[in-house]
Design a protein around this ligand. Structure first.
Ligand SMILES: [Zn+2]
Length: 178
């Protein structure tokens, strides 16, 4: 079949797959990482600020330890200061090898943050609340899931979703600040 030039599509001789990313299971991560995920998510929740309650941490793929944490800092006037961008930027500048980390975030990443995680080359992403819940609760979001965004990239990065969302959904249920 003819090759296509559609963004996010991969053509082979038999088919064209477009944005078919699916969620992965946490079992893809080493046990040392899995054992620390609950604690990591709770730390991400802990750094989520009032107003825009999004938090993110980076977990070392070898030690399972949280090596960086940041909350949303848009209150400072920086529209790119989402939690995931913040933690990747701060850790990268600090010299942490981002390719040896897993990103744990309280909510499924927006297009900007999902792309930033790809650019960083992290080993995977674990999020709490899905984009669909954010949208249903009144938060602005793009109509793309994080696995879909990753699938349009050059990485086969696992994305684990809805992790401890019973703890993160309440952060977003009442919608954004008015
Ligand atoms: Zn974002």
């Amino acid at each position: 079949m003819a090759a296509t030039a559609l963004a996010g599509c991969v053509s082979s001789t038999s088919s064209t797959q477009c944005l078919t990313g699916e969620l992965a299971d946490a079992a893809v991560f080493p046990s040392i990482v899995r054992e620390g995920l609950d604690s990591a998510m709770r730390q991400a929740i802990g750094v989520a600020p009032e107003g825009f309650p999004f938090g993110a941490v980076l977990v070392d793929i070898v030690s399972g330890e949280v090596v960086a944490a940041a909350g949303n800092q848009m209150a400072n006037g920086d529209p790119s200061a989402h939690a995931e961008v913040d933690v990747l930027r701060e850790a990268g500048i600090a010299g942490i090898d981002l390719t040896a980390t897993v990103l744990v975030t309280t909510a499924e990443s927006c297009v900007m943050c999902a792309a930033c995680a790809v650019w960083a080359g992290v080993q995977g992403v674990v999020y709490g609340t899905p984009v669909t819940f954010l949208t249903d609760s009144g938060w602005k979001q793009f109509g793309l899931t994080q696995p879909e965004i990753v699938s349009a990239s050059w990485l086969s990065m696992p994305v684990v979703g809805n992790y401890l969302r019973e703890l993160t959904d309440p952060l977003y249920a009442s919608g954004p600040p008015r």
